[in-house]
Design a protein around this ligand. Structure first.
Ligand code: MG
Length: 386
């Protein structure tokens, strides 16, 4: 393997910082070439001084002067604005783009990366939720391979090595069940932001942690798997597996099942996505199988986790319904994190905002953008009216 130039979109977030850990582990193989962040100038500047990328870009233009000040005297090029991030995807020096930004904001640069035939290490699952059909088609057209960074999809990707598409019977996504797995519907009425942010196994950013607690995350992951592996959603199952050791499984047409196991640590799928097809040797803490004498698997409960039901409904409707679901969820989760609504209000607001959205069966990119704007506004309206 020769040196690869890596663009990390969202380098200051949880996946972004862990991707930089991996780059530091293999300095002769992986070079952080471009780093971008939304608003966190202090951390972005520290990363730039440590890793000396070619360029850094801050999405929020009001942060540009502060970033320039912090990087005065360094040789790193500094730019600002989301357009600059999208434009940077045409740089021929970039080999791999790690899409680690939060939510809908990942859509445009991911489309640009696909158009320029980059290897996409996909962490931003919302882009496939919103525009899976469009992105898969672009990636195919421009020979841009998509390597999953999400642990479940990395597991499936690893299980599929050497297998043909015809051999797949079902995909089985595992889910930890999140912090509220054992709570009754009544107990869930009074859970707090701190409770929801306390994930039992995984250390992740705030948005995905709340999505895990509501199981919206698993709904999104079904959609992500549908597009990554070209398997219809009715052949994708979810198994609640509280130990988070089996990261997902594939059942084949002969009845055999392959599973991928490992400690719940995002460095593993990041390492696999960046090293593929090679496995990169690591001194990381290795799992001892004897420490896990009991691994359990249960059916999920859409009664207690209505967001999972919303996801199945959106999949069944298709068109712009998943895009509407994502938009409503982003607004509702942000309102919950600002403590404007309760945890149990999220499904209600999302359900109403999605039901009110204009349905489009075969949306263009522009129509997806319009759906996103429309549903955000109606979800915001529902929240301020509460
Ligand atoms: Mg996941």
């Amino acid at each position: 393997m020769t040196l690869r130039n890596i663009a990390i979109l969202g380098s200051t977030g949880s996946i972004g910082t862990q991707t930089l850990d991996i780059c530091a582990e293999y300095p002769t193989l992986l070079r952080p070439y471009l780093l971008t962040a939304n608003r966190n100038v202090e951390l972005l500047a520290r990363q730039a001084r440590q890793f000396k990328p070619q360029r850094v870009i801050i999405a929020d233009e009001s942060c540009y002067p502060a970033l320039c000040r912090l990087l005065e005297g360094s040789e790193v090029e500094v730019a600002a604005g989301s357009k600059a991030i999208t434009d940077a995807m045409s740089d021929p020096a970039i080999d791999t783009v790690v899409t680690a930004m939060v939510g809908y904001s990942g859509l445009e640069p991911t489309i640009a990366a696909a158009r320029h035939g980059k290897v996409i290490a996909l962490s931003n699952k919302e882009t496939l939720v919103v525009a899976g059909e469009l992105i898969s088609a672009l990636a195919k057209e421009h020979n841009a391979p998509i390597r999953p960074v999400d642990s479940e999809h990395s597991a499936i990707f690893q299980c599929l090595a050497g297998e043909s598409h015809d051999s797949i019977d079902r995909l089985i996504l595992t889910a930890s069940g999140g912090p509220f797995r054992t709570l009754t519907k009544e107990q869930m009425q009074s859970v707090t932001k701190a409770d929801a942010l306390h994930h039992p196994n995984w250390n992740m950013g705030a948005k995905v942690t709340i999505d895990s607690a509501s199981m919206m995350n698993k709904g999104f992951e079904i959609m992500e798997a549908r597009w990554l592996f070209d398997i219809p959603a009715d052949r994708i199952d979810v198994a609640v597996h509280p130990q988070s050791i089996v990261h997902s499984m594939v059942q084949f047409v002969d009845g055999s099942i392959k599973a991928q196991l490992g400690l719940p640590d995002m460095h593993l799928p990041i390492r696999y996505a960046l090293g593929f097809p090679q496995r990169l040797k690591s001194d990381c803490r290795k799992m001892r199988i004897s420490d896990y004498s009991s691994l359990t698997f249960d059916e999920p409960d859409p009664e207690r986790f209505p967001m999972l039901r919303h996801a199945y409904d959106a999949i069944a409707r298709g068109g712009n319904a998943p895009c509407a679901l994502n938009a409503a969820n982003e607004i509702a989760v942000a309102a919950f994190l600002e403590e404007k609504i309760r945890f149990v209000d999220i499904p209600d607001i999302v359900g109403r905002a999605v039901a009110a959205a204009t349905f489009i069966e075969r949306p263009t990119y522009e129509q997806l953008v319009a759906t996103n704007t429309e549903v955000r506004q109606s979800a915001l309206f529902l929240i301020t009216k509460e």
